[in-house]
Design a protein around this ligand. Structure first.
Ligand code: BES
Ligand code: MN
Ligand code: ZN
Length: 494
């Protein structure tokens, strides 16, 4: 998909299709662009709308062919809803509906005239970005592991049309939208790959490839190096697997040398069978998605480097499988983490925290301005928040607010849950410093409390994306979340 910001004469421009907004009302109301086209066509649009085929509600649309006195071949009217101050969400819905319609009708290129009522340049940039992200999201195709002829989208080019005065703000939004979309698509594809292809070594190779394609400095530690660092907790998980663990570090150095980096840590469990505490068979295939947190770190690094953000960002992805095996962790085993804390493994299926804790300790060496970890950590988070919001936990309220705001404005929401000391008691062990599970109640909170023990030296937040990183149906697939939230958060720090 290609996107461009363009200043065009919308009446005289030859175009496969002009995409134009209509507001909902007692009678549908025309936007500025729609009125211009209406005038030029001798009120053709208002006459058609007067027949009542389209309300202007979100989700409504109408294709008009061969409009009168207008050079374009088609006009696609899309509903923006009743509120003339179109929200980000309404804009995304309208753009997505347009993309779906154009694609289904084999239309290769289109000119979107959805930005005409906006004068504020920041809002213009935001809405341009929303359009790009929504269109790209709608036409995403996964075909890595299908044989036969590759599917192709008909729609391949979208112009975001504006006037000269506002062109630079629109173009800025297009650049951001494209960068974020590339990050999201990359994250989705990496996440959708099956566990037999997407192994820790595969992830490590992808990280290396980003060094070439994106100039991201990549370092991969192998198990011997992790052993030297005393990452006993992480290594205990990978011992039960034939695939060696990899510890992936990606660095974007966009800021001053002296500037402290933001560190993102993503859980890269390429398949989670549960280990000896094995999971039930139903839907176990979805545990290939247990590396979605890690994949979102890859995608965010891509977006950050494509936007050339003036910021230092470090991405860390500890990667392993979790399988049952003669060498695997057994319930009751005690391991020593890199931080020196001993951990009693009461359930081998609570492995995410076991690999993350060593990565969080490793993150200390960057003297980070903040650390955010992203993990498909607990099924309990889906029970608490469903599939709409990621769970947010933090040891710093300011950081939590920053992330919540980034989630709101990118439409990739998170919701904060408490981490009071009362919960930490659930992690007491008779035989080690810490148990790796805290019982059935508040499972997401106790998982976060576990991680908190390893993050005392910096500002830290944890995003539990178990409910948001992929969809089990309709259609099944990775969502690319929380790349939009993370990019928004980083943009806010520039
Ligand atoms: N990767 C899972 C969490 C998960 C499960 C995410 C289902 C999305 C859907 C994690 O490693 C896990 O197994 N967690 C356990 C923790 C429990 C043993 C305390 C869980 O949630 O059941
Ligand atoms: Mn597990
Ligand atoms: Zn897991």
């Amino acid at each position: 998909m290609e996107f461009f910001g363009k200043a065009l004469n919308i009446v005289k421009q030859s175009s496969q299709c002009l995409v134009v907004g209509v507001y909902q009302g007692k009678k549908p109301k025309l936007t500025v662009s729609a009125s211009q086209l209406d005038e030029a066509s001798g009120k053709q649009l208002s006459k058609i709308l007067a027949q009542g085929d389209m309300s202007g509600a979100e989700g409504s649309s109408l294709m008009i062919y061969d409009p009168l006195n207008i050079k374009a071949r088609r006009i696609l009217l899309v509903g923006l809803g009743g509120d003339r101050k179109t929200s980000s969400e309404s804009m995304r819905k309208a753009a997505s509906l347009a993309a779906k319609t154009l694609n289904a009708r084999n239309i290769a290129s289109a000119d979107f005239l959805l930005l005409d009522a906006i004068t504020d340049s920041e809002l213009l940039t935001r809405q341009a970005r929303n359009i790009v992200e929504a269109v790209d999201e709608t036409v995403y195709l996964y075909q890595e592991t299908k044989s036969g002829r590759k599917e192709k989208n008909a729609l391949s080019k979208v112009n975001l049309v504006t006037d000269r005065k506002r062109l630079s703000a629109v173009k800025a939004g297009v650049v951001r939208g494209v960068a974020v979309s590339n990050g999201i698509s990359y994250t989705k594809t990496l996440s959708n790959l099956p566990g037999n292809i997407c192994t820790p070594s595969y992830l490590a190779r992808q990280a290396k490839a980003l060094q070439k394609s994106h100039g991201i400095k990549t370092t991969v530690l192998d198990e011997a190096q992790m052993k030297k660092l005393k990452m006993g907790s992480l290594l205990s998980v990978s011992r039960g697997s034939r695939e060696p663990a990899k510890f992936i570090i990606m660095e974007h150095k966009g800021g001053k040398k002296s500037e402290k980096p933001v560190v993102l840590v993503g859980k890269g469990l390429t398949f989670d069978a549960g280990g000896i505490s094995i999971k039930p068979a139903g839907a176990m295939d979805e545990m290939k998605y247990d590396m979605c947190g890690g994949a979102s770190v890859f995608g965010t690094m891509i977006a950050v480097s494509e936007m050339n953000l003036p910021l230092n960002v470090v991405g860390i992805v500890p990667s392993s499988e979790n399988l049952p095996d003669g060498a695997a962790n057994k319930p009751g085993d005690i391991v020593t983490s890199m931080a020196g804390l001993t951990i009693e493994i009461l359930n081998t299926d609570a492995e995410g925290r076991l690999i993350l804790c060593d990565a969080l300790t490793y993150a200390e060496r960057y003297k980070p301005s903040a650390v955010v970890d992203i993990a498909t950590l607990t099924g309990a988070c889906i029970i608490a928040l469903g599939h709409h919001a990621s769970g947010l936990f933090s040891n710093n309220d300011k950081l939590a607010k920053e992330l919540l705001k980034a989630g709101d404005s990118s439409g990739d929401r998170a919701w904060q849950l408490p981490m009071w000391d009362d919960y930490s008691k659930q992690l007491k062990s008779n035989f080690a410093d810490l148990a790796n599970i805290g019982g059935r109640s508040a499972g997401s909170v106790t998982a976060a409390c576990f991680l908190k023990h390893f993050t005392e030296s910096y500002d830290w937040a944890h995003l539990d994306v178990a409910g948001t990183a992929w969809k089990s149906a309709g259609p099944k697939g990775a969502t690319g979340r929380p790349v939009p939230l993370l990019v928004e958060f980083l943009l806010g720090r520039c």
